[in-house]
Design a protein around this ligand. Structure first.
Ligand SMILES: Nc1ncnc2c1ncn2[C@@H]1O[C@H](COP(=O)(O)OP(=O)(O)OP(=O)(O)O)[C@@H](O)[C@H]1O
Ligand SMILES: [Mg+2]
Length: 254
């Protein structure tokens, strides 16, 4: 899914909430493969950008292409079918379902059987179909546990397993290490690198600079809805505009 090496292309993407401009004519090209960081102070528009790419929100202006497809106005389910998965800053796991069933639910849409009244019944997933995803994120031992009983860090890993269960080509991560301990954050860094190593392109929103600088090949920076920098981690860290944007704000929690 590439056009000239670009997987995802945003051109002039603008999003308003009433009078507030959350994204202001953002141009961004995400190359195929690797981990692409998206950083910026609180309220700079990072989650809004992921919401627009994943079809949760529609932009008021500009366009988005995924490979050779225009996905600007595409609904979330179509974007997911095209191979874009995401995680949420505020987790969207099914808290009362087991860890196993959470991943099963994320696999849905890839088959089913016709029910007695003609509706499509979700197909039942075998243990060996789900286990690799749980094993990858270190949750196989907890497959039968109820999701809400997991600590936050494990819930974030479950959310990641759910995103991977749809076998995406592009994964959008919204603060995958939010609320994690340093040890859990290091584990998440390994997982993110492993996923990229499998040829899946990652766009990662994160505040934890050690994680961003450790795993990202490129980093884009949003400030008040505008893209103010886009380059290697070293270039971005040294950029005076970026330093100014973070001045007096919560730039990093690690
Ligand atoms: N549904 C909404 N309705 C109104 N305003 C919104 C909505 N979603 C986001 N905003 C506003 O848009 C701006 C960008 O929000 P967004 O959540 O994208 O920021 P963010 O960069 O993800 O911040 P954080 O680092 O705190 O998660 C903020 O000022 C926010 O208050
Ligand atoms: Mg956010």
């Amino acid at each position: 899914m590439t056009v000239n090496g670009t997987t995802l292309l945003l051109a002039g993407v603008t999003k308003r909430f009433g009078e507030h401009i959350a994204l202001d004519a953002v141009d961004l090209a995400i190359e195929t493969g690797g981990v692409h960081g998206l950083i910026g102070p609180n309220g700079s528009g990072k989650t809004t950008l992921l919401n627009i790419v994943s079809g949760v929100l529609q932009p008021e202006g500009g366009g988005i292409a995924y490979g050779d497809k225009d996905i600007t106005a595409a609904p979330a389910h179509r974007i997911a079918r095209l191979g874009i998965a995401r995680t949420f800053q505020n987790l969207r796991i099914f808290k009362r379902l087991s860890v196993f069933d959470n991943v099963c639910a994320a696999c849905s849409g890839s088959g089913g059987t016709l029910g007695r009244f003609g509706g499509l019944l979700p197909r039942r997933w075998r243990y060996d179909e789900i286990a690799p995803f749980l094993s990858f994120v270190g949750l196989l031992e907890r497959a039968e546990d109820i999701a809400q009983d997991l600590p936050l860090g494990a819930q974030r890993r479950l959310e990641l397993a759910r995103a991977l269960a749809g076998r995406p080509k592009l994964v959008l991560l919204d603060e995958p290490a939010g609320g994690m301990t340093p040890v859990e954050t290091d584990h998440m860094a390994e997982l993110v690198s492993d996923i990229a190593g499998q040829g899946i392109t990652i766009v990662m929103v994160e505040h934890k600079m050690k994680l961003v600088m450790g795993v990202c090949e490129r980093v884009a920076v949003l400030h008040q809805g505008r893209l103010i920098a886009d380059g290697t981690p070293g270039d971005v860290q040294a950029d005076p505009l970026v330093k100014e944007a973070y001045m007096g704000t919560r730039g990093s929690d690690a």
